[in-house]
Ligand binder design. Sequence first.
Ligand SMILES: *Cc1c(COP(=O)(O)O)cnc(C)c1O
Length: 465
Amino acid sequence: MDKNELFRNIPKVDVLLERESMAALIGRYGRSLVTEAVRTETEQLRRTIRETEDESAALAAVAGLEESIARRLEELCTPRVRKVINATGTILHTNLGRAPISRAQAEKLADIVTGYSNLEYDLEGARRGERYAHFEWLLCRLTGAEAAMVVNNNAAAVLLVLSTLAAGGEVLVSRGELVEIGGKFRVPDVCRQSGATLREVGTTNKTHFSDYEEALGDETKAILKVHTSNYRIVGFTESVPAAELAELAHGHGVPMIEDLGSGVLVDLEDYGLGHEPTVQESVRAGIDVVCFSGDKLLGGPQAGIIVGKKEYIARMKRHPLTRALRVDKFTVTALELVLLEYLKKESVARNVPVLRMISEKEPSVRARAEKLADMLRRRELRADIAVAPCQSQVGGGSLPLERLESAAVTLDPWQMSADALEHAMLALPVPIVPRVAEDKVLLDMRTVAEDELETAARMLGEVLG
Ligand SMILES: *Cc1c(COP(=O)(O)O)cnc(C)c1O
């Protein structure tokens, strides 16, 4: 093979840029991006020719130069954050963006964020307003609390609460509640960061009322209860009910704080699940400040919601950290929309996607699995396709021991391993994230919506067609 001849066949950058195909690209991407792509791809081509001994591969690379420039530009300008289809069955999947919001909510949200809004403007008084005002009344009405505010996420909420109420003093926490939540949220670390000193009471499995009583002293600025979201200590255990701790704290003149983690507003027992403490219960038990996530069981945007006594919330609103942790218009709008759904008790489980997925019964999930399986069989994919029972989980550090009876489409590919199919599915234009078990790919249909079936079938056709 005559490599010099091949090198001579590579057009010069400025010659290439004059071509009609490049003019079209310049129209779409602009001159500087196209010039950069042309340089990178011609250099790549030189490297390929230098390194290969395969003449036909080298010739193909020369012939494909313009195409590879176009491809590079398209890849560069495609957003890296993409829609994926969650076929894992884990409803609150932190790696996949936790709670989805409904399309109806997203459309209303688009209306607000594509223009200006009264985010911090009081339309009645024609003056500056408070961004919490839009949903503070809603949070109070739904939880029974006196006041409420919201920051970026629950980790920020815990930090703000402790910084405001316990900095420079001690905060009492049971040893059984010193949790680590995925992503480096550790109660002792947040405590330190807030300037409060953690005072551990009791033991891992048992903490008594007297443990708190004995630890209370002049240094104590608050008692903190943390919901052990993502694990359970079972067997020989004891913890002190929040109401008793609240009484103890009040007797000592300090606030009782609770980090609820998921913070659900509905009784999950109504949906056949185990009991998850509700925000209303905590408020009723006399807890002064309760914080929880917006995008766990609540099913809203990422947010840290703080509800409680007016005097404490007012202090937090004035704390300098609040400005650094404040929520933007996307969050404010999406949160108000999801909270409004909770006013309508009969329809909330239909209109909040997380609650809909949690409450969906197995036959209904199975019907969707059968539908997708039929669509795939019609495409004559190169895989054995079946519908099988499986179990979903709530995820997001909520209800760690609960399993929901569900249904999956199973794919047993003829010409590749299940792992290879999984990787191919993740590389699709709309990636599908499945589960893999016993050398089969499982699509748990609980977390795949009806309006995603068409796309899922088309995507699977690309890898197995
Ligand atoms: C999830 C969780 C957090 C962190 O909440 P984010 O909204 O993810 O910041 C804090 N505390 C508990 C108990 C949790 O379960």
